[in-house]
Design a protein around this ligand. Sequence first.
Ligand code: DSN
Length: 444
Amino acid sequence: MQSVGMPNIQFMTSITKSDPEVAAIIHAENKRQHDKIRLVPSENYVSRAVLEATGSIMTNKYSEGYAQDRYYEGQQQIDKLELLCIERAKAVFGAEHVNVQPYSGSPANQAVYVALAEPGETIMGLSLADGGHLTHGDKVSISGKHYHAVQYGVREDDGAIDFDQVESLAKKYKPRIIFCGTTAYPRFVDFEKFAKIGREVGAVVVADIAHISGLVAAGVHPSPIPHVDVVTTTTHKSLRGPRGGMIMCKNEFAEALDKAVFPGLQGGPHNHTTAGLAVALKEAQTQEFKQYARQIVRNADALAKALIDRGFCLSSGGTDNHLILIDVTNKGITGRQMAKALDASGIVCNFNRIPFDKRPAMNPSGIRIGTPAITSRGFGPDEMVRLADWIETIARFRSDETLDLSGRKKAYRAVAEEVKDLCDQFLAPGLFYDTDGELRGKSI
Ligand code: DSN
């Protein structure tokens, strides 16, 4: 998967000639993705094979409809590709029915609402503030505006999903749909428990596994497939495919969901994305991928423990998956200040609200970090300790009132140099390097 030793002489030669402005931006991003420690838990590095498929001529074809039932001719190869992708998804996840056409996770979730609920009907989901997603019923999203959204949360004492609340709200409101799934939740999701509650109240239970689909594929997070009715996911997070979405469901929901995706919400599928996804799903069946997913979780656990040892306060006290949510209040700073200081030091994450946060979303108490991308580039337990040391150092610099702005910037730059030295030892999949490991286009 590593590109070292295999220089791609084609890399950007056409764009560099025809549009040097865009070429320079891509070169600079290639460098940024190499030089920085990327901790946004929803990001990753795709393989060169996934990149090639996604950047291929499959982007040239329209194919509204489904295999053998399209509105345009010339689908000989597209039908083959889409069916292959579906078969691979079924093999990876054990689903009865798969739709690989959603453009991403939010459209996939929107298709679920279109298929299974009428506007104004009740739906339930984990609140954004407690680690859910906008599309699970948040009031600023269509899911919260067009439907009567009831939101459950996590418990204050241990940060775990409050199943007593889920059950009592479900019994009280009898929702059409219960979404279970998270974007900022560091613990296993008990899909079986959700399915039981759903059955009791006659709701369709939908698991959004966008963050954890790579872990589910590799068997390191319990799968929702045997328990719930519908599963949605993005394809570009821990699954390490191209940016896209996918819906998996029991056969009884297949027709309604397919119709909701097309013609309900979308036009032609993005066939280049389907090609990239098919490649990623083949990769997900390898022993190497299973080992990768196990290492994501080991790294997250090692990093969580090292952070706790350095006095950081972790939501729920640790992690079972790829993700860690840190409340930095006890370090005398806000999440936004911490995220910006980390970025200036070569470590990239996002600021995030933590459950029961009193601070606003644009300047919350926490940061959210995760290990999928750094595990793809080969970081292991030793690097997790160095990372925790840097995070502690940066928090100290940021809260040190004796440092002025230029003193702080100098301190961040010094860490960024050390970060880059470490990154130089771990080349990332898919990025463009020369045979000697030097970054391609470095001088642009
Ligand atoms: N934006 C994604 C994330 O970062 O978790 C969720 O859609």
